[in-house]
Design a protein around this ligand. Structure first.
Ligand SMILES: [Zn+2]
Length: 618
């Protein structure tokens, strides 16, 4: 617990320092807090912009405060007015600071009268970092344009002026107009039967942090998958998606049986076009998901378990700053494993836990020391804080707690933790105080507090971190070793029965640069080039490119052009840029693929290619 300066926020008490401490927001929540947002927007496809106004309800905390400071990025602001308690509007003076590359433009609004609301009339720009605009040709059905948002981590400010910090929660209503036949959905309650009349209204009655603000619009059909769940997707995809995600209701019930009632009402899923840069995004009531999950055998449904788990860890209990993001992602990856185990069995859950742990062991040496900490020291970027450390090290820490304290005790603890901090944004230190009082002090002798501090504050992975046992993975380790040693032919690998995770594990365990003849033998026997399974494809092409197998280049390029999901596409770029030929080819692929990529993916690829060119010319 941080000492002194306790500030009451409704029923919640947070140390003042926790509220003022988000280095990725200009907001000054110790002076004034946004409690509610009313959006009125028009989706303007021809100009690739959102056009309208945001009205923010304010709760003044400091009687001496003279201004309201908001986060914005590239917003074109037309006017700002304050509205007093009687509803009278007055124009307000404001200043928009020059754009900071990471944080955007600080918007300072002069508010000496402490208005109860502020209304901002504005327009977004086509390059807004939190929005992607697709032409009809860039969609599956090629009929209508499509747009969607990705606000996490600090991109909500590129489409709504607000206090863009996870420490600040607000409810919202929205009225959105769009061309006829377009469906608009948001991170709020959605109605699958809403007519496509171009006029949509939404309500999110629960207070959410800004990074969970979300919108999408396009040729979107809906299909029920249960009494409180539906899948939304382009019409040609919605049937396939509903089949792949038909277990959604079962997943919700399982999560509820572990961690208490689902707090949000409906749980719907939106399958986006392939340029979506992530696997899934846990927007409340409406998870956004990549179509790369649609493999036909439900083998990648864990991503849905993950996004659903966020309904507890993240959306209900949120990290107060990006530095604490492991409170969202580590807890969620742990809960995801528990849902997978209950619905699809322990074998699969253990395999996924092992893939996550082995991947972290392999990659952690390449992560800067500070970012290897669950709770890094100051100086880490908001998007950079979302590495595999919060996910894989965070969930590993929770699996360690479960093992030491026993599942029954730990489950009861975690359920209580979610209930205690529901609809709050907390710091690592608040979580640790609660952990000490409610798990460690009540069950002494199971684990030392020094071990906890090592997990949370030290770089690297603690020695003796427990790993699940997987007999199937052990068998694959043996086969891989025999194959590499030349004592087992590729076609004699027992791979016919391997599931997606087992192929992933086999490929993850190949040497960074596998001999070219071995790569050729695997492909001749198992035809991995051209695989429709992007998890397998990402691993396979990375190895084949590293081995110097130019025959896979066209198929790799097809994978990179088709898929804009960072995790599945960046490893191929990374493999290509290691040689001059590969670098030139990567540039060619990117030039063609660029228009279909999300701004975040474009930025990541361009940074990588520029860096490789610089290093190469030295
Ligand atoms: Zn997540």
């Amino acid at each position: 617990m941080r000492p002194s300066h306790l500030l009451a926020v409704g029923a919640l008490v947070l140390p003042l320092s926790a509220l003022a401490a988000d280095p990725h927001s200009y907001a000054q929540p110790d002076q004034v807090r946004v409690t509610h947002l009313d959006l009125d927007l028009k989706v303007d496809f021809p100009h690739k912009q959102l056009d309208g106004q945001a009205t923010l309800k304010l709760d003044w905390k400091d009687a001496k405060a003279k201004s309201l400071v908001l986060d914005t990025r590239e917003l074109k602001i037309a006017s700002i007015e304050g509205i007093d308690a009687a509803g009278k509007a007055t124009a307000l003076k404001y200043a928009l600071a020059p754009n900071d590359k990471e944080l955007g433009s600080k918007l300072t609004i002069a508010t000496p009268q402490h208005p109860s609301q502020v209304r901002i009339v504005y327009t977004t720009v086509p390059t807004a970092s939190g929005l992607q605009w697709l032409t009809p040709e860039q969609t599956a059905d090629k009929k209508l344009p499509f747009m969607f948002s990705q606000s996490e981590s600090i991109h909500a400010r590129s489409w709504v002026p607000l206090q863009d910090s996870p420490a600040i929660r607000f409810t919202y209503n929205a009225h959105v107009t769009a061309p006829k036949d377009v469906r608009v959905v948001m991170s709020a309650l959605n109605d699958a039967n809403h007519p496509l009349d171009g006029d949509f209204s939404f309500s999110q009655p629960h207070p959410i942090p800004s990074y969970l603000l979300a919108i999408a619009a396009g040729d979107i059909a809906a299909k029920e998958t249960g009494p409180r769940s539906a899948v939304y997707a382009e019409p040609s995809i919605v049937g396939k998606a509903a089949k792949e995600f038909e277990d959604t209701d079962k997943l919700i019930k399982t999560a509820e049986s572990l961690y208490g009632p689902y707090a949000w009402g409906r749980y719907d899923l939106l399958v986006l076009p392939p340029s979506f840069p992530f696997g899934g995004m846990e927007n409340p009531n409406m998870t956004f998901a990549t179509p790369t999950l649609l493999v036909g055998d439900k083998s990648l449904v864990s991503v849905i378990s993950h996004e659903l788990a966020h309904s507890w860890s993240g959306n209900l209990v949120t990290s107060a700053a990006w530095r604490d993001i492991w409170l969202n992602e580590g807890f969620t990856t742990y809960v995801q494993g528990r849902i997978t185990e209950a619905v699809y069995g322990k074998t699969l859950a253990d395999e996924e836990a092992l893939i996550s742990a082995r991947g972290l062991e392999k990659n952690i040496k390449d992560i800067p020391e500070n970012a290897q900490r669950l709770a890094p020291k100051p100086g880490i970027g908001a998007d950079d804080s979302i590495s595999e450390v919060p996910y894989d090290k965070g969930s590993w820490f929770l699996r360690t707690l479960e093992q030491r304290f026993g599942r029954e005790t730990f489950d009861a603890y975690l359920k209580g933790y979610f209930a205690h901090f529901a609809f709050q944004s907390i710091t690592t230190e608040q979580m640790l105080d609660y952990l000490k009082a409610n798990l460690f002090d009540k069950n002494p002798g199971k684990m030392s507090w020094d071990e906890v501090k090592q997990w949370v504050y030290d770089p690297g992975i603690p020695k003796n971190a427990p790993l699940p046992d997987s007999p199937r993975f052990n068998a694959i380790d043996k086969e891989r070793a025999s194959f590499l040693a030349g004592s087992l032919a590729a076609d004699k690998l027992d791979a016919k029965s391997w599931n997606t995770q087992e192929w992933m594990y086999f490929l993850d365990g190949l040497p960074d640069v596998t001999p070219l003849d071995k790569i050729k033998q695997i492909d001749a026997a198992w035809h991995l080039t051209g695989t429709p399974n992007a998890e397998i494809g990402m691993r396979w092409y990375s190895h084949a490119i590293a081995a110097g197998d130019k025959d896979v280049w066209p198929a790799a390029a097809e994978h990179m052009t088709r898929i804009g999901r960072l995790y599945l596409t960046m490893p191929l770029y990374r493999a290509f840029v290691k040689t001059p030929d590969g670098l030139a080819y990567a540039q060619q692929v990117y030039d063609k693929a660029k228009s279909g990529y999300h701004p975040l993916t474009q930025q990541a690829v361009e940074t990588l290619i520029e860096k490789a060119k610089k290093n190469g010319s030295k």
